[in-house]
Write a new protein. Structure first.
Length: 360
């Protein structure tokens, strides 16, 4: 099997972590009879600097013609002064939208070796295994009208939170199907005591639920969900929610498992193309120092193998290698507890350790 992979490394630590993910992907794919053909393009601030835009049409076209996109991260303080519609983040939002990637899967599980790295007590996080299914192409991120204007000498800004029933139903289906493959428990997170959009989500999720009687559905207010995530995170199996709630809760879910540096994600749609990226950002403060944690990017490569190439065994091989490297005590600096003294490895060295574990 041959597959075209577009690599969009982006900004900050994006290029370093993506490089390690690609090395791992190359090694594992060959072994599982996948021939991957890579091409690299610019996105985010890196693209702004060279082309004056965070994402060129040509790059969107190349991504459309590919099987999957492996993405690093976008953004950095250098571009912080730009208006929202010209910032690096716009490149990421545009590629998600253009490829129709409405379903963002963010699995958060605890690696046993990292249980101590969580800011929560080990007995609270022991056995956490959840999946946040975040709607990715709607809601406040894309709703119109939007903008900042001056009215009667007063600056006024607006964003629009809008969802139609089809957008809700399709992401709900993704979540129910995911729950079926897991512990069959789905939590819909909303703010229906205040927002009409959440009331529609409630109704539509209930309607879709009729097709999945084997999955238990619960509705949870977003504020109390944020609270329960730190009080009793093990109660969650699959969470489904709108774009902005999902953005916020997935960082929280990531952090309680130990480090944001560990969480991968997959963004899928109906077009057959998947985009894979770590949940963490571009971390400009540590960029270029070879200290970033490449494991979220490497685990995103595993999700690529699983979801875009149907190479389940290859994906499992990567996850096992990561588990083993952590169990052997290797840590990047983000995985240390405050005050913990032990030697750490850099980004490249962590990639080398995973490759060695894979026997490469
Ligand atoms: C994420 C990020 C992005 C988002 C930013 C970089 C636009 O925070 O993928 O979670 O808000 O979706
Ligand atoms: Mg985010």
């Amino acid at each position: 099997m041959e597959a075209q992979i577009v690599v969009l490394a982006g900004d900050g630590i994006g290029p370093e972590v993506t490089r390690e993910a690609r090395r791992v992907l190359e090694v594992v794919a060959v072994r599982h009879d996948c021939k991957l053909v890579f091409e690299e393009h610019l996105i985010g601030g890196a693209s702004i600097d060279v082309h004056g835009t965070p994402l060129r049409d040509e790059v969107v076209a190349r991504a459309r013609a590919s099987r999957a996109v492996l993405l690093g991260a976008v953004g950095g303080t250098r571009w912080d002064e730009l208006p929202v519609d010209r910032r690096p983040e716009k490149g990421l939002l545009r590629i998600r939208k253009e490829l129709g990637l409405y379903a963002n899967l963010r699995p958060a599980a605890v690696f046993p070796a990292l249980a101590q790295a969580s800011s929560l007590r080990a007995e609270i996080i022991d056995g956490i295994d959840m999946l946040v299914v975040r709607e990715l192409t709607g809601g406040l991120y894309f709703g119109e009208p939007r903008g900042i204007e001056v009215r009667n000498g007063c600056r006024e800004a607006r964003n629009t939170l809008v969802y139609d029933e089809h957008e809700i139903a399709r992401i709900a289906r993704v979540a129910f199907i995911a729950a079926r493959g897991r512990r069959r428990h789905l939590t819909h997170v909303h703010k229906a005591n205040v927002l009409e959009t959440s009331q529609l989500w409630m109704q539509v999720v209930e309607e879709v639920a009729r097709d999945y009687p084997d999955v238990t559905l619960a509705h949870q207010l977003v504020d109390s969900c944020a609270m329960l995530l730190v009080r009793d995170p093990r109660r969650f199996d699959v969470i489904v929610t709108e774009n902005l709630f999902g953005d916020i809760l997935s960082d929280e879910a990531a952090m309680i498992t130990g480090s944001l540096g560990m969480l991968p994600s997959a963004s899928l749609g109906d077009g057959g193309i998947g985009l894979y990226e770590p949940v963490h950002g571009s971390a400009p403060d540590i960029a270029g120092q070879d200290v970033a944690n490449p494991l979220a990017a490497i685990l995103s490569a595993a999700m690529l193998l699983e979801h875009s190439l149907d190479a389940i065994a290859a994906a499992a091989e990567i996850r096992e290698a990561v588990t083993a490297v952590l169990a052997a005590g290797h840590r990047t600096q983000d995985l240390l507890l405050p005050g913990e003294q032990r030697p750490t490895v850099g980004c490249r060295a962590m990639g080398d350790l995973v490759l060695a574990q894979l026997g490469a």
